[in-house]
Design a protein around this ligand. Structure first.
Ligand code: BEZ
Length: 221
């Protein structure tokens, strides 16, 4: 079973390093990001959770609640926290790591890696990322293999784009970064665009002669 964009994320109750989590209650009308990890005490996962902890203020500032998940039990997670915090000095892990030793959540969220197995032959999760909107719907889903650590700058960039494009009739082009020009949605007529963006916009000339690439300064949130 997998999750598609727009699906409501399944609710669950599970143990975590910060006590029992009821997922929908935890989200509680905020943006959220759920990140799965193959296993505790593995190098890439340790680097990821440390990096995430050191950047938690970037998620806080955007109103995004962070929740991690790994297939081990909560006692293992608690012991692992010491390693994560020692690997990233001056960093405290202030988000919960959910325990999923049964893989129940991994299956419900479609996060199992078809290849990776633990020493006992049990399947592990891949590095799944779900960005979840305040309405509990999946807004972004990316699956990375265990061998590739995630780029948290990219996740912050996508969250900026999602929050911006929810509010204004724009989309963000390739490699966009916060503060750069945006593109006016193709569904907006030129007349409407002039009303919406009174400071104006540039229409890029293309060989087809079609006026569909319209660049506008980023609206301010
Ligand atoms: C790691 O986090 O380093 C890792 C975990 C599972 C498989 C490969 C790498």
């Amino acid at each position: 079973m997998g999750l598609n964009l727009g699906d409501i994320v399944p609710d669950f109750k599970a143990e975590s390093t910060m006590g029992t989590i009821k997922f929908h209650e935890y989200i509680n009308g905020s943006w959220a990001i759920l990140l799965s990890h193959p296993s505790d005490f593995t190098p890439v996962c340790t680097s990821e959770l440390g990096s995430l902890a050191s950047r938690i203020h970037e998620f806080d500032r955007r109103g995004v609640k962070v929740i991690a998940l790994s297939c081990n039990d909560v006692n293992s997670h608690r012991e692992w926290l010491g390693d994560i915090e020692s690997y990233c000095p001056e960093t405290k892990v202030k988000y919960p790591i959910v325990a999923d030793p049964s893989r129940d959540l991994a299956v419900r969220f479609g996060m199992l890696d078809p290849v990776e197995k633990d020493a006992a032959g049990m399947p592990l999760t891949c590095r799944a990322c779900f960005v979840i909107g305040p309405d509990k719907r999946v807004r972004l889903s990316i699956l990375y293999p265990a061998s590739t650590g995630r780029n948290f700058s990219e996740l912050v960039r996508v969250i900026d784009s999602l929050q911006l494009t929810d509010k204004f009739s724009v989309a963000t082009p390739a490699n966009w970064e916060n503060g750069r020009k945006c593109m006016i949605l193709p569904t907006i007529s030129d007349e409407k665009a002039k009303e919406m963006f009174p400071k104006g916009f540039d229409t890029v000339k293309v060989p087809s002669g079609k006026a569909y690439i319209r660049l506008v300064e980023q609206p301010t949130l």
